[in-house]
Write a protein that binds this ligand. Structure first.
Ligand code: PRP
Length: 208
């Protein structure tokens, strides 16, 4: 597991076309790619000789999952769920909605759930409880980033890319109001920047 501190002041961010509202790089693209390879090796070793149903939690898990599965050497079946626990902005509402279910039967299968971020843990708690009823052979969770300071419910996360401090992050699948998911690094948006964007968005344009 890699512990990440908010002390990275990489100059690369100033050259990135999407970076105007991103305050700092927290995890560089190089660090992400190296860690994904390590996780894929660990997963391949743990499931050697077994098939896995790899389930991505849309939308945030998509970039992480895309790179991860390319390096997993055991046979996989891909599937996706869409769950939402955020109503917008930067914090969890605690409201979990199941918007799309998997298409595969999970009975007697090894299930690996892929997430971009584990925050309160409410989304994964709901998924684990729901999938358990379908009698899989095993279930495990793999996330790109873990933010333990925000946890409301304890859940077992077997594969963690990076453990991060309690800051608002975006990029590599993670969004602010649906934007920035295609940043190739994980960046930080400071609270002042979030507040400024919220104020700008709430301004009403009065046309005379
Ligand atoms: C994010 C993230 C996780 C969830 C984690 O999803 O992708 O699924 O929140 O939060 P939690 O641990 O507090 O439940 P979001 O609902 O924002 O949807 P998205 O993946 O489409 O961005």
């Amino acid at each position: 597991m890699s512990m990440i501190k908010d002390d990275n002041h990489s100059p690369m961010i100033s050259n990135h076309p999407l970076s105007s509202n991103v305050d700092r790089v927290l995890i560089s693209n190089r660090e992400i790619m190296v860690r994904i390879s390590e996780l894929a090796q660990e997963i391949s070793k743990d499931y050697a000789g077994e098939d896995i149903v790899v389930i991505g939690v849309l939308k945030g898990a998509m970039p992480f999952m895309a790179y991860l599965i390319k390096e997993i050497t055991t046979p996989i079946i891909m599937d996706f769920v869409a769950i939402s626990s955020y109503s917008g902005g930067t914090s969890s509402t605690g409201i979990v909605r199941f918007q799309k279910d998997v298409e595969e039967s999970l009975k007697d299968k090894h299930v690996l759930i892929i997430e971009d971020i584990v925050d309160t843990g409410l989304t994964l708690k709901y998924l684990l409880e729901t999938f358990k009823l379908r009698q899989p052979k095993s279930m495990a969770i793999c996330c790109l980033v873990d933010k333990p300071a925000r946890r409301k419910v304890e859940i077992p996360v077997k594969y963690v890319g990076f453990t991060i401090p309690n800051c608002f992050i975006l990029g590599f699948g993670m969004d602010y109001e649906e934007s920035y998911r295609n940043l190739d690094f994980v960046g930080i948006m400071d609270p002042q920047t979030v507040q400024r964007l919220q104020e700008e968005a709430s301004k009403v344009l009065i046309v005379p």
